[in-house]
Design a protein around this ligand. Structure first.
Ligand code: SMO
Length: 764
């Protein structure tokens, strides 16, 4: 463990750049004089385009092009967007209606792109866009989360995209029939807008018969493959770059229509073309997150051990299948369906519904926060209804350490875990012993204090294989080329640290290079909390390759047998030689001998198995029933992320993750009116958490090293969000239970809680 857990809390080297305004985001690196793209978007949620006249816009000052779907198709492009479709319970495929890059004569959500104007300046493009004559025959708008309503796609006449199931429905029913106790709860998971600090943007140039495409994304290779396929270009003719990216959170993991249109325009015009979303445009057109409702039921035996778990979910896909829209609330939701509990019988059924709203897709955690939110809320409800302490009910059902590896009901294999130990530590760190006194003190002032627990587990996702390449430069500098992609997580720091730990090369001499498909042949990008574990695994493999390559060379230089030579993580040594070259000295010796082959080393490696970050979140809230205002007063996290490279950065990930969860639980909420107009399309109406909404967050790492990878790591990027939702919701429920509230859903806004506390039991 020492070898992989040196765990130094090194400060983020990239922050000097980011915090002094030297970050290079899309707008910072768009070419001087690039033409600007402006997107004409649908002002109505559902309608047939009855008239579109582009003539005046095409003649307007500074305009180079106005593109519609017909123009893209006339240019030979494949204009449909990619989307993964799940299987229905009857083995047929889920609905796969075409989603074209630009409207196909009909619009299905407000903000759907219809045409793109390319002009010398953004003002000219916008002015020309306003000259486009556009009229619609309106259609009824479908917004509710039930099958039925006005048909949005002929392929799904009742707007039901899929009917997916997993588990054993009959055995689950039998367990419920035989149960001593059953508990059920309907749980809404509200829709959010992701709101990355840097909105989406891209620019493209066409040079030397190649497309050069730069965008803010979560990896370059997926975009490269899709650009080449949609534009009909050979993959070698496509070069994709990601500069600094100001937040992705799953929302930037997929391609969007604007990217293909901009790339086409650059090719057609032979000029640089640049598009940057503004904030309201982002709120209308970025994929949203969550938006589902689940009926969760638990069956218990007389000892309050869970005998079965059943979940029926309806999820909102928005108007079209987004790239991962269908898998999120089905395959990914099911990954950690039964959480940390020993539940061998379960049934999950999910129906996906089309509505006249923006697409819904991955958001930090992508299915796992949704699953854990449902499970941990119904566990909490069960404890209340069964009259048992919520901590005790969890302990009673935890998978015991002796039962690992543990085969879950949904086909995962949990390698290790010690949930009881983590929970005990969280109870202590959060001072649960002092809770009753804190509650009494608040009650004396008419305030309602509640405490809530969430014990979460999540699974790292994405490609389990990754590559790394190390290059020795002159003067002792070293580059490491990586296939993952920082969206702000601090990879430049931790990857240098890890390579330094394994080789003795000073971290300050190591530069991390990411996000360029010409420099790096293949990679999995960022997503699913995969980066540190997959990249460290690849780096280990590369270090092995490097040591093996240097060994015969150094044996000769040192005058010893190859077998006698070893590398101790800092220096090469052999009995019988006084020479003890470091890795950097070995590279310099190779350079002096003209052995350029020893100056670059690459390897790919695949994780032997997935790992499962887990931990306990305990939140305390204080509600003023006079106003409904809720303060999140205390927040404690104890996580098992396995071995950490840098505990400070892991803690930073937890802070950010908790705050994103807190945002959804307390403040953030997407509202469409009955016509499908987005009412929360600016920060005046969409409440992101601010600093004074957030308490100090206590963080403790209690590693139980994974045995599914040589580093013993587990990943940490999404865990904060996975745990936060239920901890906060259970705290609000705890505070309001004695006042009779039984149904209370996120976000816990002052108005909602004030009304519910005034009116009795329901919080809409
Ligand atoms: S929500 Mo993510 O990028 O797996």
């Amino acid at each position: 463990m020492e070898k992989f857990g040196k765990s130094q809390p090194v400060k983020r080297v990239e922050d000097v750049r980011f915090l002094t305004g030297h970050g290079r985001y899309i707008e910072d690196c768009a070419p001087e004089g690039a033409l600007r793209a402006w997107v004409l978007r649908s002002p109505v949620a559902h309608g047939v385009i009855s008239e579109i006249d582009l003539e005046e816009a095409r003649e307007a000052d500074g305009v180079h092009m106005v593109l519609t779907l017909a123009d893209l198709q006339a240019a030979g492009m494949t204009t449909t967007m990619d989307a993964t479709v799940v299987k229905n319970r009857d083995e047929s495929d889920g609905a796969a209606p075409a989603r074209h890059m630009l409207a196909d004569g009909r619009v299905r959500f407000v903000g759907e792109p219809i045409a793109v104007v390319i002009a010398d300046t953004l003002d000219q493009a916008r002015d020309a866009g306003e000259m486009i004559v556009l009229d619609f025959d309106d259609l009824p708008v479908k917004l509710d989360l039930h099958a039925g309503g006005e048909t949005i796609h002929a392929e799904a006449p009742d707007n039901s995209a899929f009917d997916w199931g997993m588990g054993d429905e009959a055995a689950t029913q039998a367990a419920f029939d035989a149960a001593d106790h059953t508990v059920s709860l309907q749980i809404d998971d509200n829709r959010i807008i992701v709101n990355a600090m840097e909105p989406r943007g891209c620019f493209a140039t066409w040079e030397d018969d190649r497309l050069h495409f730069t965008y803010g994304g979560q990896g370059v290779w997926g975009a490269k493959g899709q650009l080449s396929a949609k534009l009909g270009l050979d993959e070698t003719a496509v070069h994709v770059v990601t500069p600094d990216v100001g937040g992705g959170f799953g929302m930037k993991a997929m391609t969007y229509p604007e990217y293909f249109v901009v790339a086409h325009a650059a090719r057609a015009l032979g000029k640089a073309v640049f598009w940057m979303s503004d904030r309201t445009e982002a709120m209308l057109s970025d994929n949203g997150g969550r938006d589902l409702t689940s009926l969760a039921e638990l069956a218990f035996d007389e000892d309050l051990k869970i005998t079965a778990y059943r979940v029926q979910t309806r999820c909102n896909l928005g108007a079209y299948n987004s790239q991962f829209g269908q898998p999120i609330q089905t395959q990914l939701f099911s990954r950690v369906l039964a959480g940390v509990y020993d539940i061998k019988t379960a049934w999950l059924q999910v129906e996906g519904i089309y509505t006249n709203t923006t697409q819904v897709d991955a958001y930090r955690g992508a299915g796992r926060p949704e699953a854990i939110y449902v499970l941990e809320r119904v566990m909490d409800r069960a404890a209340r209804e069964l009259g048992v302490d919520p901590f005790e009910l969890r302990r009673r059902n935890f998978i015991a350490p002796a039962n690992f590896p543990y085969a879950t009901v949904t086909g995962e294999s949990y390698d290790v875990g010690d949930f009881d130990m983590i929970l005990t530590e969280a109870i202590q760190k959060s001072d649960m012993a002092g809770f009753a006194a804190r509650r009494a003190a608040d009650a004396a002032e008419g305030k309602l204090r509640g405490a809530g627990l969430c014990y979460y587990i999540e699974s790292i996702l994405g490609d389990p294989s990754e590559g790394a390449e190390v290059e020795f430069l002159e003067d002792g500098w070293v580059n490491i080329y990586v296939g993952t992609q920082s969206n702000g997580q601090g990879h430049e720091t931790v990857y240098a640290q890890f390579l330094a730990d394994q080789t003795g090369i000073p971290a300050s001499m190591i530069t991390t290079i990411q996000g360029d498909s010409d420099l790096i042949a293949k990679g999995g990008g960022t997503g699913g909390s995969r980066s540190v574990t997959t990249q460290a695994n690849a780096t280990l493999a590369t270090v092995d390759v490097m040591v093996a390559a240097f060994t015969p060379f150094l044996a000769e230089e040192m005058g010893v047998e190859e077998e006698a030579l070893s590398f101790d993580g800092e220096t090469f040594r052999a009995p019988g030689s006084n020479l003890t070259p470091s890795m950097l000295e070995a590279a310099e010796m190779a350079r002096a001998q003209g052995r350029v082959d020893l100056l670059r080393h690459a390897a790919r490696a695949q994780l032997p198995g997935r790992s499962f970050p887990n931990g306990a979140h305990i939140a305390e809230v204080v509600i003023d029933p006079e106003t409904g205002v809720t303060a999140v007063d205390r927040y404690t996290v104890v996580d098992d992320f396995g071995n950490l490279i840098n505990p400070m950065l892991a803690e930073g990930q937890v802070h950010g993750g908790v705050v994103q969860g807190l945002g959804q639980a307390m403040l953030e909420h997407v509202v469409y009116d009955q016509d499908g107009q987005l009412l929360t399309a600016s920060f005046m109406d969409y409440a992101l958490p601010r600093a004074d909404d957030v308490p100090m967050i206590g963080f403790t790492s209690e590693p139980v090293p994974s045995i599914q990878n040589p580093m013993g790591m587990k990943g940490c990027g999404e865990a904060g969000t996975v745990g936060a939702l239920a901890a906060l919701a259970n705290a609000v429920q705890d505070a309001t239970w004695e006042r009779g509230l039984r149904q209370v859903d996120m976000p816990f806004t002052p108005l909602k809680l004030w009304e519910a506390l005034r009116n009795g039991t329901e919080a809409a």
